[in-house]
Design a protein around this ligand. Structure first.
Ligand SMILES: [Mg+2]
Length: 423
């Protein structure tokens, strides 16, 4: 694959740590022409004096000597990242890092680079890069286009192929494997509406899902409370995971509740009270919603400046409190337990419980629209299929895209007819 996957604008510099076989001189040349300053480190390549870079000298502004790849420790990665910024004389926030070694990604993430991009060649795993904080993982350098001009702050546009592009029969997407479906709820099975209590499922979808569930395992994974999302979907034969997977239940006695999260509920009660007294009263249109394991602050109906003020107050509330963390989504700021548990872990747990983890005969397919769904896309980056609905403000690890909730319905309709009406 050589087409451009991501275009990043308003970038000034790049730190590139890659093995020589992953270097693409024409790409470096292209970036240079776009005004990007580059610092290059190639594992095992000691330049004679850091100013000389041999054959790459004319393509990069700074050449950094680097030891062997297997010797790249956290400390060494951090030193290289610092050296790159220093020699480029650029702020981290205007610099992108691209690397085929996860340690470099981790080091850059700590320095708050504009973006960290992992380079996992064909056959290499993507997940180790995502686990270290990569915003995106690509296969070749040619998939990345960098531009100095464009915006006031670094921004991007990403090309994710549509589900309906390239498959005459959708079943081909799964190869010989049987799909296990995971759907997010809001913005995926139901259009986003101003009042979360009125987010009813897209018309006709209930029957389609019911039909599809006759042949496949289907789970709905939501940030909503489990019972809440189950009520909206209204089907008994599906698995439901609420609170981003903190509580899961399904047919045949399937059940799980995150014990640590349970213990933190009384503290959430206190915070809820505080947030209602402050944010809800101070900013018109802000709505505090208490969930079982989280507090959601909705600002969809509030003035433009609300988000900044909400984030500031929530950050103050959570300062020095390591048990909770702040999450963000579409028009929502959330207080949630800072546990290493998310939608991706919930997918893994469900696959495990169904006896399908690592199965060569089954493939997990996750469809979602929001930033919290990225945890699931990243989890499935090497073995599974992530499908993003619409877009959000971060790069996505999804493999395919559906335009909107109507296309989600179309997708489910095609799946259903591919298996039931034509065979
Ligand atoms: Mg959603």
């Amino acid at each position: 694959m050589s087409e451009t996957v991501i275009k990043i604008y308003a970038v000034q510099g790049l730190f590139l740590y890659v093995n020589e076989e992953n270097l693409s001189p024409e790409t470096l040349k292209n970036w240079k022409e776009h005004g990007i300053k580059t610092a290059l480190a190639v594992p095992g390549m000691e330049w004679a004096g850091e100013r000389s870079g041999g054959k790459y000298k004319h393509l990069s502004d700074v050449c950094l000597s680097a030891g062997k790849e297997e010797e790249l420790t956290e400390k060494e990665a951090s030193r290289l990242v610092d050296a790159a910024l220093k020699k480029l004389k650029l702020p981290a926030g205007r610099t992108v890092v691209i690397s085929d070694h996860p340690a470099t990604i981790g080091a850059a993430k700590k320095k708050e680079f504009a973006m960290q991009i992992g380079l996992a060649g064909e056959g290499s795993l993507r997940r180790p890069f995502y686990e270290r904080g990569a915003n995106l993982v690509v296969e070749t350098l040619r998939e990345v286009a960098l531009y100095e001009e464009g915006l006031h702050e670094p921004g991007f546009s990403q090309n994710i192929p549509g589900v309906f592009e390239g498959y005459p029969d959708l079943r081909m997407m799964f190869g010989k494997r049987k799909p296990v479906f995971f759907f997010d709820y809001d913005g995926t099975l139901s259009p986003i509406v101003n009042d979360p209590a009125k987010a009813i499922m897209t018309e006709g979808l209930q029957d389609l899902l019911n039909d599809l569930a006759r042949k496949f395992r289907i789970a709905v994974i939501s940030g909503r409370d489990m019972d809440d999302v189950k009520n909206f979907v209204g089907l008994d034969n599906l698995i439901y995971a609420g609170s981003h997977g903190f509580r899961i239940a399904g047919p045949d006695g399937l059940f799980m509740e995150q014990e640590q999260a349970k213990k933190l509920r009384p503290r959430l009660d206190e915070m809820e009270k505080k947030l209602r007294e402050t944010l809800e009263k101070q900013i018109c249109g802000v709505q505090v919603e208490r969930k079982r394991y989280a507090i959601a602050v909705h600002y969809r109906n509030a003035p433009d400046h609300a988000q900044e003020e909400i984030s500031r107050q929530v950050e103050t509330l959570l300062a020095r409190d390591s048990d909770f963390t702040m999450g963000t989504g579409k028009k929502i700021v959330e207080v949630k337990p800072s546990l290493d548990w998310h939608k991706g872990k919930a997918v893994e747990w469900i696959m495990q419980e169904l006896g399908l983890a690592g199965s060569a005969d089954h493939v997990a397919v996750y469809v979602g629209d929001d930033i919290t769904d990225e945890d699931a896309f990243r989890t499935l980056a090497d073995d599974g299929i992530g499908i993003l609905v619409g877009e959000h403000e971060q790069p996505s690890a999804a493999r395919y895209r559906l335009r909107d909730t109507e296309q989600v319905k179309q997708f489910i309709y095609y799946l259903k007819s591919a298996w039931f009406d034509r065979t």
